[in-house]
Design a protein. Structure first.
Length: 213
């Protein structure tokens, strides 16, 4: 009989410990003010091979390239480069003219891509970046207890998710835009100069109110 009582006591103790530890499971652990859910920028390279000649790109190849630009929905934020083994200025200028119709400036250095070019061919590369926040939404914390006073696992999903969705050029999340110097400063001080040079509102005295008949 005493042995049976001890076994029951041990079972009840194990059950209570299990319930306590189960209640602690799933509590958040990030005790900092920084979100672990940050935007991630991914780059994808799309390639299109064109036939070249001494004049650059034949008319037919230009039409093919324009059709590819339209199919790819070439837009702001895309990076266009040319891989040309001959480094022909005529080919580079032809691609620049076609990409310029979409407001895109052709960059100088092309990324490494798979596959070989045949003689007399050049490769046009579109590098497109996308931003997202992996792991969102995150409802991993299933416990109301928060002994660590930590942030929710989903903390930052809303703000950073909207930022990643709205940014026009995802590359700006990595490097940002470089200023042009004096032009930006001159533009930024216009409002301040207008405020300083404006005549005070009380300089003309008080206005007399006239009551109508």
């Amino acid at each position: 009989m005493p042995k049976l009582s001890k076994s029951k006591l041990a079972g009840a103790l194990a059950l209570s410990i299990g319930l306590v530890t189960a209640g602690c499971g799933g509590m958040p652990t990030n005790t900092s003010l920084y979100s672990t859910k940050q935007p991630v920028v991914e780059r994808t390279n799309f390639t299109f091979d064109v036939n070249t000649d001494a004049t650059g790109l034949p008319v037919g190849e230009q039409s093919r390239l324009v059709g590819w630009f339209e199919a790819m929905d070439l837009r702001y934020g895309d990076r266009v480069t040319v891989e040309d083994p001959t480094n022909s200025p005529a080919v580079a200028n032809a691609v620049k003219d076609l990409a310029g119709r979409y407001g895109i400036i052709v960059s100088s250095v092309a990324p490494t891509t798979a596959g070989y070019l045949q003689p007399g061919q050049a490769r046009v590369v579109i590098t497109r970046s996308t931003a997202s926040v992996p792991g969102c939404p995150d409802w991993a914390a299933r416990s109301d207890m928060n002994y660590n006073n930590a942030s929710s696992p989903g903390y930052g999903c809303a703000t950073n998710g909207n930022l990643a969705a709205m940014v026009a050029n995802p590359e700006d999340l990595l490097e940002g835009q470089k200023g042009t110097g004096e032009t930006v400063i001159a533009t930024g001080t216009k409002a301040i100069d207008t405020y300083r040079e404006a005549e005070p509102t009380g300089a003309g005295g008080l206005q007399s109110a006239q009551q109508g008949d």
